[in-house]
Design a protein around this ligand. Structure first.
Ligand code: SF4
Ligand code: SF4
Ligand code: FES
Length: 212
């Protein structure tokens, strides 16, 4: 295996050539918030805007889920501009996310709670009104439920269903505020050809897809 050496927050790291900065940091105990990336996806969606870092020599912060490590790279995950961008991205996500942790199936294993704890961000956004979706829950499948009101539209379930399981059952339906994950023609999950592998449920970082 070809390796490269880099520094993240002052810590020297040796990692595999071609790895992206996000995974190199996480594997070495350095937390970078992220919702929409999985390592298997070589072309991450880059939609959550939470994984910004600064790299010496680059003018602007970059998304660590798309940036490959290079030899001698110097990365900082907590500069003022990174924190400003990440705080705003988190606020925007939480401005349309109901905070019902006690009754949520993801409570205590939720990526939003992890980000809040690790970054010191409040779950409830300050000085930004919450406008919450009120979309119907799909409870038709015998093994799992999809609650679009808790969905952060990270796209992980869609990627896994289409690119890993190769079933192409899930996709994004509708646009704007009512965008949700759904089946072809937005039919109930029980009426789709879902093979019940539950890999989408395992990948969901929040309480939107949950086992019964
Ligand atoms: S998804 Fe996470 S933050 Fe949202 S209600 Fe559930 S536990 Fe709380
Ligand atoms: S259901 Fe879960 S995995 Fe799928 S887009 Fe929503 S939050 Fe992401
Ligand atoms: S994890 Fe990089 S933009 Fe979402």
């Amino acid at each position: 295996m070809e390796t490269v050496s880099l520094t993240i927050n002052g810590k020297k790291i040796v990692t595999e050539k071609g790895k992206r900065v996000l995974w190199a940091a996480l594997e070495n105990g350095i937390f970078i918030p992220h919702l929409c990336a999985i390592e298997e996806n070589p072309l991450p969606f880059g939609s959550c805007r939470l994984c910004f870092v600064e790299i010496e020599g680059k003018k602007e912060p970059v998304a660590s889920c798309t940036e490959e490590v290079t030899d001698g790279m110097i990365v900082d995950t907590r500069t003022e501009s990174v924190l400003r961008l990440v705080r705003m991205a988190f606020k925007l996500i939480m401005s349309r996310h109901p905070i019902i942790c006690r009754e949520c199936p993801a409570n205590k294993k939720c990526a939003l709670q992890d980000i809040s704890r690790e970054m010191g961000f409040k779950l409830k956004p300050k000085r930004l009104p919450q406008i919450l979706p009120d979309l119907p829950v799909d409870d038709s499948h015998s093994l799992f439920t999809y609650n679009p009101n808790l969905c952060v539209l990270c796209g992980l379930c869609v990627y896994i269903c289409n690119e890993i399981v190769k079933e192409a059952i899930l996709d994004f339906n509708f646009r704007g505020f009512i965008t949700k994950v759904g089946t072809f023609k937005n039919r109930p999950l029980a009426e789709s050809k879902c093979n019940s592998c539950l890999k989408c449920v395992e990948a969901c970082p929040v309480g939107a897809l949950s086992r019964k």
